[in-house]
Design a protein around this ligand. Structure first.
Ligand code: SF4
Length: 483
């Protein structure tokens, strides 16, 4: 998922959020939503589909205010349905808040116990329910504290104690106190944007699985976003990343930082570099495009092959293929054209339609591939469904040899931190050897980049990344999972 938030008294927040979400569309294409505050009340508009198909000028005009959060959804838990679109919103007493979540919690079932109103299928909804309950608890505790203070004050001044036994009526809880009590109970991956009527809040899990950036607008406002290109698009400068275990609260006085939990083992998702993040952004100070190029160079050194042309499977493999070509000295070329207008992968009910669906996404450039020995660079192989059909496209276009080179290590384990791969039986590398995968895909040779090489290509500093889907080493234990 992609999350975005902005608080800028000089600019219409819904419009900025639209731009930010547009830049984060690649992180989730199932639904999108914007929550906006005019200082008094919060309004939310969300729907299924792409940002550009949901929102138009008319709909944005109906969202006035200078504080907003937004979300693009990629379903990892919960169905791809309107009720799971975000931001989610709740109220407790007079406090109304909205929340957008990137990541996936591993203890949702445990957290949902005792919260029958929460949709236990959606970790984000469970978090919102917990925060609402914490707000009520905070309101009651504050009222009780005031009552005790009243009693003490009455005693101090020698009053008859006329009011001393009257309980203070619960008022409203404090959202920051509620979040500070709830967040340490969450296990797994989360980067949140949260808002009430006047404040913008961001929070990141103690392992830092998913990115979250703080930016500053030229007009003095503040922005939170999953990736730096979403800051660029609203002309905001990157200030810094939100630290693991940190919450930032942005109000009239600026940015306040609260460390709600000690940072744990650093575990930024290494697949952000391989596939998820935009190449024009930076994560942990590392440019994504350059990291992918280095992966391609490393792959060329590790698994060279005699070939006529190096080609990517567009788009995320392009920098890696460029790196492979530069290192190997083999000419770089395009063998496939990707239709830029394709949104969600078409779910077709039979094999023939599935093959047609691949042709909607890709088509081969026959003149470039016919009779050639090709190095085909792919970022990763997860389920291999599309890739198998893509290999066939190249064969049908006359490729003489196909040498498949993969920029990451085999994806053998389910991700429980924000990629929808929880069914391990669907992961091709979990059930087949490399040789079996090669045969299954119809390639002449197949090589994956070694994990160490991949991590060195991302960053020369050792450690700091989650690699669970390639190693089975889960930074946060997953209840019930036997590794
Ligand atoms: Fe990323 Fe893989 Fe870890 Fe999931 S398991 S967070 S995809 S590195």
């Amino acid at each position: 998922c992609g999350v975005f938030g902005v608080r800028d008294p000089q600019q219409p927040a819904a419009h900025l959020t639209y731009l930010g979400l547009f830049a984060l569309q690649h992180r989730g294409q199932e639904s999108a939503g914007i929550a906006v505050s005019d200082g008094d009340k919060i309004m939310i508009d969300k729907d299924m589909g792409l940002v550009a198909t949901i929102f138009d000028e008319h709909r944005l005009q109906a969202l006035p205010g200078t504080l907003a959060i937004g979300h693009t959804r990629y379903a990892t838990t919960g169905a791809s349905a309107w009720r799971n679109a975000q931001p989610v919103a709740r109220h407790a007493g007079d406090v109304f808040f909205a929340l957008g979540h990137n990541g996936n919690l591993v203890n949702t079932i445990e957290l949902a116990v005792g919260h029958p109103d929460a949709d236990a299928d959606s970790d984000s909804d469970v978090v919102a329910a917990l925060v609402a309950d914490a707000l009520l608890a905070d309101a009651i505790a504050t009222a009780a504290g005031k009552t005790a203070a009243n009693k003490a004050a009455a005693g101090d001044i020698g009053s008859t104690g006329h009011d001393a036994g009257v309980a203070e009526k619960p008022g409203n809880g404090d959202l920051i106190a509620a979040l500070t009590s709830v967040l340490p109970r969450l296990q797994g991956a989360y980067s949140f944007v949260v808002m009430d009527e006047t404040r913008l809040i961001g929070a990141r899990d103690p392992n830092g699985f998913r990115p979250l950036f703080l930016g500053r607008c030229e007009t003095g406002g503040w922005v939170l976003a999953s990736e730096t290109p979403a800051l660029d698009v609203v002309s905001a400068k990157v200030v810094r990343e939100i630290d693991p275990g940190e919450m930032v609260v942005i109000d009239d006085d600026g940015v306040h930082s609260i460390q709600f939990a000690e940072p744990a083992r650093k575990a930024l998702c290494s697949f952000e570099f391989v596939y998820i993040a935009r190449p024009d952004g930076k994560l942990a100070g590392v440019g994504v495009h350059a990291a992918r190029r280095r992966m391609g160079r490393a792959l060329a050194r590790q698994s060279p092959v005699d070939a006529d042309m190096v080609m990517p499977i567009p788009d995320s493999s392009i920098p890696g293929a460029q790196g492979y070509a530069a290192e190997s000295g083999i000419e770089y070329g395009d063998g496939l054209i990707k239709n830029r207008y394709i949104g969600r992968t078409f779910i077709a009910p039979n094999q023939q339609l599935r093959e047609n669906a691949v042709r909607i996404k890709f088509n081969a450039i026959e003149d470039n591939v016919a009779g050639k020995k090709l190095v085909v660079v792919e970022d990763s192989i997860v389920r291999a469904t599309t890739l198998r059909s893509t290999m066939k496209l190249l064969r049908d276009a006359g490729a003489a040899e196909i040498h498949l080179r993969v920029l990451s290590a085999p994806y053998r384990w389910s991700c429980f931190y924000g990629l929808d791969t929880s069914d391990r039986s669907k992961l091709v590398a979990a059930t087949m050897s490399v040789e079996q995968i090669r045969e299954h895909l119809g390639a002449d040779s197949l090589a994956y980049l070694e994990l160490d090489e991949m991590l060195t290509a991302i960053s020369p500093e050792p450690g700091g990344f989650c690699t669970a889907c390639m190693t089975g080493d889960y930074p946060v234990p997953v209840p019930g999972l036997v590794v």
